[in-house]
Design a binder for this molecule. Structure first.
Ligand code: AAO
Length: 512
């Protein structure tokens, strides 16, 4: 009996739902399209010192080089082999990154594109990031190797061979997603080949995977290759640790395929989160922040311990895939910082912070015609992320939202309040809200068109706190505004509706 209990505790601790972040770190960042050598540096100089638990990296495998349009970011979602060889770097550089990040306690999670290979119409030849030959027309990928037997062409029942309707679960799993050659994950050879690729990454020291296009993989086929995965490398992780798995399933509630079908395999991306939070902060459809009181499962989201949450991702920040116009991004910086601040303060889900590059956004008939533009580059070679030391933000076209001090400080806030409940909710019935995390932290928002001036119960010990949104605690003084919590736990807050950042956050590590 006791052994059984111990086993079930271990299962929760080491299972695929656990990101295995170290030192009580509680969030990860997606460094979209960064080079491996830049990520290694970032782990050492910024992420570890500021409490980030891990990095989601772009797909590392060899991919088709697309020249029309010119080197779009999305070419990396068209693998042609499982060699670690992409615009971000080669295998040596990838290994160095994993080693250097692991050494400072920052995990690496790989975006794994295993549902498909490249598009069927990509021209055959040697235009690939590592020079391997492939022929999509013949379904020939000798560098894996995959051949015609390994694709779902015969299994797909739609007329065109493409997914024509998201209401047909067979099409979604057996047909091509926008022309991408659909791998036959029902076959043991394909499952084993994918598992071998992922096990190679595990042996290098990665901590887990985002499984791209999971909706297009039968949950049972997914389980079959996940079951073949090794435990994490014991050089860095406790014995018996399973790789962290989060599956990209877009379930906004209107299609027959449900996120819940995938819970057995790992966590799932909760796309309702960013869509709804954007709607609330934009005050669309009569939404107000006061309604966030029961945010999470109360909004018909998936269970918190299955959810991977984010305000925006690399698709919906440029109008691709699910989300729509409500999604907040760095382009709407003021509301965006509030949204990310809310996400990081709130206990629901496991959060991923987005870190983007800027592109020349240009709308024609409501669509961004530059949504394909790839990362900052010189003749195709990805540019280094330069940092501007005075304010620690980035140059060379990199946005580095994770370095915005409001976002960075909220990453730290989440670590400080880890494990505390959701407490002391307050709202004005409109868009002024506040809540605490036990006796460790408290946050107040004003998204109304009038000033906030209120005396609120913070739940915190008496003292003077530094607001980590308007400033930082430096030694024993605060570069932003100070908040005085009385012996009864109450404090007075005022936030102008025209403030650059109309929110205040305090926590016990920023007590003066
Ligand atoms: C590129 C070209 C294509 C070309 C293809 C092959 O753009 O024109 O045919 O190459 O040559 C990325 C890019 C793609 C790119 C691809 C390969 O985004 O543009 O194609 O690389 O280079 C579905 C999937 C989801 C997927 C998403 C994009 O379910 O998994 O499409 N996301 C991942 C990655 C993404 C990547 C891939 C997968 C492929 O994050 O970066 O593609 O590796 C509905 C469904 C969703 C579905 C969308 C598609 O969503 O529910 O499951 O996502 O449609 O648009 C409302 C609805 C919502 C609906 C949405 C959009 O919000 O409520 O349900 O509208 O209609």
């Amino acid at each position: 009996m006791r052994l059984l209990m111990l086993l079930s505790v271990l299962e929760v601790c080491w299972a695929q739902y656990n990101p295995h972040t170290r030192y009580g770190q509680t969030s990860i960042v997606h460094l979209f399209e960064w080079r491996w050598d830049d990520i290694a540096l970032e782990c050492e100089r910024y992420l570890a010192p500021n409490g980030f638990g891990g990095v989601q990296v772009s797909p590392p495998t060899e991919n088709a080089v697309i020249n029309n349009p010119q080197r779009p970011w999305w070419e990396r979602y068209q693998p042609i082999s499982y060699k670690i060889c992409s615009r971000s770097g080669n295998e040596h550089e990838f290994r160095e990154m994993v080693k250097r990040c692991n050494s400072v306690g920052v995990n690496i999670y790989v975006d794994a594109v295993v549902n498909h290979m490249c598009g069927k119409d990509v021209s055959a030849g040697i235009s690939s990031t590592c020079g391997s030959y492939y022929n999509p027309g013949l379904r020939d990928f000798p560098a894996v190797p995959y051949s015609g037997w390994d694709f779902n062409d015969g299994k797909c029942k739609s007329r065109s061979g493409e997914i024509e309707s998201y209401n047909d679960i067979y099409q979604v799993r057996d047909c091509r997603l926008s022309g991408l050659l659909d791998l036959a994950l029902g076959k043991d050879y394909v499952r084993s080949t994918i598992a071998a690729y992922l096990n190679h990454l595990i042996s290098i020291g990665v901590a887990g995977f985002r499984i791209d296009a999971s909706k297009h993989i039968w949950p049972g086929d997914m389980k079959a290759f996940l079951d073949k995965l090794n435990n994490l490398n014991t050089h860095w992780f406790p014995e018996g640790s399973r790789p962290f798995i989060y599956q990209e399933v877009i379930d906004l509630g209107h299609e027959p395929i449900k996120s819940s079908e995938y819970f057995g395999n790992g966590r799932v991306t909760e796309f309702k989160y960013g869509t709804k939070l954007g709607t609330v902060l934009r005050k669309w459809n009569g939404e107000k922040m006061a309604y966030l009181k029961n945010w999470g499962e109360g909004w018909s989201f998936m269970p918190s311990d299955r959810a991977l949450v984010f305000v925006d991702n690399h698709n919906n920040q440029r109008g691709h895939a699910a989300g729509g116009p409500s999604i907040l991004t760095f382009w709407d910086a003021r509301l965006y910082k509030m949204a990310v601040g809310f996400m990081l303060a709130h206990p629901y889900g496991f959060p991923r912070v987005m870190s983007s590059f800027k592109w020349p956004r240009y709308f024609e008939n409501g669509k961004d015609i530059n949504d394909w533009v790839g990362p900052p580059n010189d003749n195709g070679v990805i540019k280094r992320v330069t940092t501007i030391n005075t304010d620690s933000t980035c140059g060379n076209g990199w946005v580095c939202e994770h370095r915005w001090h409001q976002i960075r400080n909220m990453v730290i806030f989440r670590n400080v309040v880890n494990g505390q409940g959701f407490t002391n909710w307050w709202d004005n019935g409109s868009n002024q809200v506040a809540f605490g995390r036990g006796n460790r932290g408290f946050i107040v928002f004003n998204n109304d068109d009038w000033a906030l001036s209120s005396n609120l119960q913070t739940g915190l010990p008496a003292g003077t706190y530094c607001d980590v949104i308007s400033g930082d605690k430096n030694d024993d003084h605060c570069t932003g505004s100070e908040i005085y919590v009385g012996s009864d736990g109450r404090a007075h807050f005022s936030i102008s509706n025209t403030a650059e950042d109309p929110f205040i956050a305090i926590h016990v590590d920023a007590k003066l």
